[in-house]
Design a protein around this ligand. Structure first.
Ligand code: HEC
Ligand code: HEC
Length: 154
């Protein structure tokens, strides 16, 4: 009898887990994946020119300025007109780091590495939006010695 009750309880658990999965929000929204709803308008980008703290050492820094209309194509890379080493004095933009001049085995090249050409595959501008899913990220500075450091405000 107790075994039967345990079995029932585990079924109930599985059912509960199943319906929770159905109810949780999906990044694609409520539309079935077989349909293509019209894209929502893009929210205005953050363009306060303040460089953001990185969440972890190798994070590609986020872009604090507008990039609308900046061409990245086979003909031109608008980003490099400010971020290339030789233009930084005039533009006051931070230089792309040395890793951007290296190929994947670590050889340093004479110019921008092809794997770093499409800047916006890694660097993105930001917008004030409501996150679609929650985020439990904890800054690594908050992980150790929590008793000695004040908690950061979210
Ligand atoms: C007109 C010059 C200019 C162009 C073009 C430009 N940037 Fe910038 N960028 C800057 C300047 C100046 C800063 C420093 C912060 C600020 O003033 O916005 C900056 C900051 C950044 C940062 C933040 C760096 C950090 O350490 O926090 C990133 C990432 C970045 N830009 C990426 C890009 C990408 C990608 C493009 C092309 C889509 C681009 N930028 C085009 C001038 C430029
Ligand atoms: C494959 C991903 C990737 C691509 C593509 C890429 N970056 Fe980065 N970028 C990074 C990462 C990761 C960092 C931080 C670690 C580092 O410096 O390598 C970074 C750092 C930077 C920084 C900060 C440098 C510093 O010393 O603080 C700037 C500015 C930047 N990138 C601009 C650009 C521009 C402009 C392009 C396009 C020409 C570009 N990146 C393409 C991943 C990328």
């Amino acid at each position: 009898m107790t075994r039967f009750a345990a079995l029932l309880a585990s079924f109930a658990l599985v059912l509960a887990a199943g319906s929770a999965a159905q109810d949780s929000s999906r990044l694609t929204g409520p539309t079935p994946f077989t349909q293509a709803p019209p894209a929502a308008p893009l929210p205005p980008p953050v363009k306060d020119d303040l460089r953001r703290q990185r969440n972890y050492p190798e994070q590609p820094p986020v872009i604090p300025h507008a990039i609308e209309g900046y061409e990245i194509s086979i003909n031109a890379n608008k980003c490099m007109s400010c971020h290339a080493r030789k233009f930084t004095e005039q533009s006051q933009a931070p230089m792309i780091s040395v890793t951007h001049y290296q190929d994947r085995v670590g050889n340093t090249l004479g110019g921008l590495a092809p794997r770093r050409y499409a800047c916006t595959t890694c660097h993105v501008s930001q917008a004030q939006v409501t996150p679609l899913v929650g985020n439990g990220f904890v800054d690594m500075d908050d992980l150790g010695e929590t008793d000695r450091r004040p908690r950061r405000q979210p």
